[in-house]
Ligand binder design. Structure first.
Ligand code: T3D
Length: 256
């Protein structure tokens, strides 16, 4: 059985991290499988992606048994695995839904944070985990959590390592909804299907705008908006959106 599985339902692709016995902790093979799955997800025919875990875990980050022989060059390993993969995930020009089915810890928590939307099973827990073993946040956790939660909450969480329940994570705004565990896959598929039927290129560009927001001046952001709006206005989906409005009918967007 592959350590990362991909399935398609129409234009929605689901990536399932698949080492359930260790709550989908990352070993090297799972990193490689994840990289291949993210490459597949970049296919323009895929218009929404769901990221989830097999079994009772979402992903608990690095497989700690690999540290038994010593840590090695962690910086280099991060650059060649986690960093590349989280950048590929964030670069997808389509909505990515994290279907957090169980514990999300360490780099697994960072991957959840890198998704555009998180839906949690009521059985999910969220654990920074880095500080608990004497490490600092990686895989973008410091950047992503500070942006999603603000400095105060990000510091409180990352510096304490405290475990949040799904309800806590919802109250903090980290997840957008909490559903019964048995209904998570269906709900995530529904949300992905809805987002996947919208103008995909415009969603991709909306992600770029939000990623850049706050890192430059208002003038710079206005200029980027103008550039991307010009690109959006050249899309088939813009023509369809206008036609559907004028003809008083529902639009049929194709993602082109
Ligand atoms: O160079 C680099 O790669 C550096 C990169 C670092 C990035 C990181 O991700 S650092 C953070 C690594 N992750 C952790 O420290 C999390 C460790 N896990 C936990 O704290 C707990 O498992 C949880 C709180 C997340 C969940 O607890 P619980 O009680 O629901 O499950 P459990 O019983 O602890 O775990 C179930 C099994 O998974 C268990 O194995 P067993 O006893 O049934 O044979 C456990 O050992 C295994 N497991 C859980 N996390 C990991 C793991 N095995 C390897 N690595 C793990 N990270």
């Amino acid at each position: 059985m592959a350590e990362v599985e991909t399935t398609r339902d129409g234009d929605v692709m689901t990536i399932t991290l698949n080492r359930p016995d260790v709550l989908n902790a990352f070993d090297r093979a799972m990193q490689d499988g994840f990289r291949a799955a993210l490459k597949e997800a970049a296919d323009p025919e895929v218009r929404a992606v769901v990221l989830t875990g097999a079994g009772r875990g979402f992903c608990v980050g690095q497989d700690l048994t690999e540290f038994q022989e010593g840590a090695g060059d962690i910086g280099e390993r991060l650059r060649s695995t986690y960093n590349r993969n989280v950048l590929s995930l964030r670069s997808l020009e389509k909505p990515v839904i994290g279907a957090v089915n169980g514990p999300a810890a360490g780099a697994g928590l960072a991957l959840a944070a890198a998704c555009d939307i998180r839906i949690a099973a009521d059985s999910a827990v969220f654990v920074p985990a880095f500080i608990t073993i004497g490490l600092v946040p990686d895989t973008g956790a410091s950047y992503l959590l500070a942006r999603l939660l603000g400095y105060g909450r990000a510091f409180e969480w990352l510096a304490s390592g405290k475990q949040l329940t799904a309800a806590d994570a919802h109250a903090w705004g980290f997840v957008s909804e909490v559903v019964e565990a048995g209904k998570l896959a269906e709900r995530a598929g529904l949300v992905a299907g809805e987002l996947g039927s919208l103008p995909t290129r415009a969603i991709g560009m909306t992600k770029r705008l939000l990623d850049r927001a706050g890192s430059g001046t208002l003038e710079e952001q206005l200029e980027l908006e103008a550039q991307l709006q010009a690109a959006a206005a050249g899309s088939e989906d813009f023509a369809e959106g206008i036609a559907a409005f004028l003809e008083k009918r529902d639009p049929r967007f194709t993602g082109r």
